[in-house]
Ligand binder design. Sequence first.
Ligand SMILES: *[C@@H]1O[C@H](CO)[C@@H](O)[C@H](O)[C@H]1NC(C)=O
Ligand SMILES: *[C@@H]1O[C@H](CO)[C@@H](O)[C@H](O)[C@H]1NC(C)=O
Ligand SMILES: *[C@@H]1O[C@H](CO)[C@@H](O)[C@H](O)[C@H]1NC(C)=O
Ligand SMILES: *[C@@H]1O[C@H](CO)[C@@H](O)[C@H](O)[C@H]1NC(C)=O
Ligand SMILES: *[C@@H]1O[C@H](CO)[C@@H](O)[C@H](O)[C@H]1NC(C)=O
Ligand SMILES: *[C@@H]1O[C@H](CO)[C@@H](O)[C@H](O)[C@H]1NC(C)=O
Length: 828
Amino acid sequence: MARRGARTPLLLWLSLLLLLRPSGTQQSGAELDCASVAVGAPVVPMGSAITASCTVRRERCRGLEDGRPRISWLLDSEPMAGKQHHGTGGTEVSELSVPQLNRTQTKLWCCVEWNGTKQRVGVAEVRAGYPPGKPSNLSCLLDLGDYGLTCRWQQGTDGHLPTNVTLKCTIRSRAPAVTGCTPRKGHNQCTVPRRLLQLYRPMELWVTATNALGTAESERLRIDPMDVAKLDPPTLQSIHSVPPQTDCIILSWTMSPRNAHMELRCELRYRTPEDPSWAVVTGIAGHAGTVQHCGFLFGMLYHFQMRCRRDSARGYWSEWSVGRNHTTHEKAPTGKLDAWWSTRPAAGRMEVQLRWKAPRRQEANGRVLGYRVVLGPRRRGREPQTVCNTTDTQCDFTVPARMWKVYLSAYNAAGESAETEVILLERKGQPLAGLWAVPRGERSLWVHWEAAPVPAVAYVLEWQQVSSEPGHCSTCWQLEHNGTATAALIQDSIEPFQRYDISVYPLYKDAVGTPAHIAAYSKQKAPSHAPKLHLKSIGKSQAELSWEPVAVELQNGFITHYTVFWANSTTEVSNAVVNSSLSSFTIQDLKPSTLYKVHIMASTAGGSTNGTSLTLVTTVLDDIEIQFLFLTLVLVFVLLIVLLICFQKNGRVKQQFWPSVPDPANSSLGTWVPAEQEPLQAPGVKEPGLVTISTVTVLDKAAGKQAPTWGKEFPAELPALPQPYVRQHGPSTPQANAGLGAEPVQYVQVVGGSSLGPQHVAPCLYLRSSSTQPLLSDPSPEPYENLWFRRAAPSCARGSLEEPLLDFPLLRGLRVNGAEELHDFQPC
Ligand SMILES: *[C@@H]1O[C@H](CO)[C@@H](O)[C@H](O)[C@H]1NC(C)=O
Ligand SMILES: *[C@@H]1O[C@H](CO)[C@@H](O)[C@H](O)[C@H]1NC(C)=O
Ligand SMILES: *[C@@H]1O[C@H](CO)[C@@H](O)[C@H](O)[C@H]1NC(C)=O
Ligand SMILES: *[C@@H]1O[C@H](CO)[C@@H](O)[C@H](O)[C@H]1NC(C)=O
Ligand SMILES: *[C@@H]1O[C@H](CO)[C@@H](O)[C@H](O)[C@H]1NC(C)=O
Ligand SMILES: *[C@@H]1O[C@H](CO)[C@@H](O)[C@H](O)[C@H]1NC(C)=O
């Protein structure tokens, strides 16, 4: 291409080229004209080699750099290298060969380097494909309207190349072929016009397909176009049942006038609305007429259709005619009814429930209007008693006891059937030796049994869906007429995932066997629900759970077992398998005071279902432990109560612990008017609740004899005590001491015996305060109390007095005023 600053005409030239460049080239400025590409063959068989040469004429490639242009190739967009050499007339030629061309359509580009970039300067297109496939299945149909022969065929394999398809035909084998018709693009059919056809004589037709790589022809079809004429369907005129009480019909039909000149063969088909398939009557000849056919059921609606074709040809059938319905006439029902009964004695009569099966289609002979049960056989001139006249297939009635036979019949509009004698045999015969059931599909069950040694006449199978709601299927039974059978299929009202109770009764000549029972499912799956868990009791390490079995309809199978799962937040899930017959379970070895999640899984042969989980917390203590604790507490409490009552009621015991204390209010001291009110109180010794001591009485214990001694000793020692508080008894009498409780109260009674006394009676010091509380709450009140009660005893706690006395606030008060004197008591 031109360098920068090229002349204006060149730019114009380039612009023109840009406008004219073939679509698909992306580069600008390519001068396609400056090279020509030649290929060995423009169409090749797929996978074969191709050669191409590109000739670049330098003088046409304006702006091309001086020197040898470098030619390269592009196979679509894939770069290829060719062999380059000088050509004649100053041309540059590159030869390319591709060993295998796999694509159906390929563009070969020839490129030249121009201003540093590759420019496409020439192109050639190469196609690869296969010869056309052989067309097949040619068939033709003559339209009797315009007498055009329409032919169809199946195309052969695609050759990936443009293909011409034509239908050729010839009147005679050797005659030259003419083109009958050409299909529209993409169609596999075309119509040969009447003028090219030869009717009533054979001609040959075939399809040719031609492409660049070859031609293929279909098999030749040799036909008389009339043989493939498509007839108009016949018309059904009328249908009659003839004569009454036979199973025949007469049907009349006609053909369209257009087909009237042909020899025809027709066929008739019919069926009832319930029948899935048609019954066909073939070989009906003629143009029109009647057909008689027998073997129809009585009182049955039939649908009829007819079609025809040319008799001589293997040609085409007409369409089926418009259908026509006909109901055959009725006849009284025939055959015997299957009956089954149960009896129950009731007040001298017998209650009978009789059930029967509607007659089969072949025996009903029309629409059954009802059934009649009578008590005796019908005889001329005598009408037996009718116990039932019903449209139902069961009837409850009573018969006189010992009436063992009833007669059952069905009637329709045409009459009544012969009677079926039903012998109401008792159910006391031998039962079956064995019974089992296996599913056969979702809606049927095979029931197998092992017969009893006695030969049976027939068997009755009864089944009921097991349900928590009472329900009874009165039609769920069937009679097995073959006494030697050992199996029967039941398929009436059998649903999957429902439990059925199946009973089989053998019928013997003179009795009905007692039934054998079996429960079965036609299909099982996981239960709809798992039972709901209830916590029955819980302890420290165990929890008792209970559940109610799931309703039988929701079990969806036989529960094989339950699995109880439990886990707390830290441990793995534990489980235990529980027999399906149980409805409670105790989980052992739980941790105390721990939260557990528990759920139950119910399993059938068809799967398992988990229930919702129950959260439970184990207790800290066991029931027994709690009971023990409780009992202990109760015992302790009771003991306490008893003790309290004892203290309240029993004076002696009370006295033992809380002796009665004279009321100081009644003391004679209370009447005393002291000369001078001066509290006897040591500073700092007042205690809360401590009654201020207002009186101190010093008594001589051994009043009668030693009083003077005492008197002698103390007056001198007690001047510090305010006189009015000290009352020195004069010679006191023993009586006075004995009646102490009734005596005027002493706050403190200090009784002392002089060690110097001639009697050597152990001189004891007794102290008491009526202000009980502080004294009792004192850590060591015993010395005083005991001293008091053991006053009469000569032995005293010697020497033990000193320290308690000094600690005692009261006595401290004493001591404040006469410490030295207290020491003087020590000899006691
Ligand atoms: C030639 O190529 C150069 C860079 O590759 C570009 O700048 C220049 O425009 C080209 N000339 C033409 C005439 O296309
Ligand atoms: C054709 O196919 C063969 C093998 O599949 C392959 O090696 C070859 O490169 C292909 N040729 C082209 C032109 O794609
Ligand atoms: C040709 O037609 C027959 C019957 O019409 C059919 O069974 C067969 O499959 C057809 N052949 C092809 C190749 O479709
Ligand atoms: C014939 O009977 C069938 C079934 O009852 C019905 O569907 C159909 O329409 C009837 N045809 C004619 C022609 O009455
Ligand atoms: C049975 O009942 C039908 C209709 O209820 C009645 O027409 C018929 O006469 C009855 N048959 C007998 C034998 O009673
Ligand atoms: C029920 O739960 C247990 C424990 O969580 C689990 O292992 C089991 O697979 C579950 N079963 C079903 C049917 O989901």
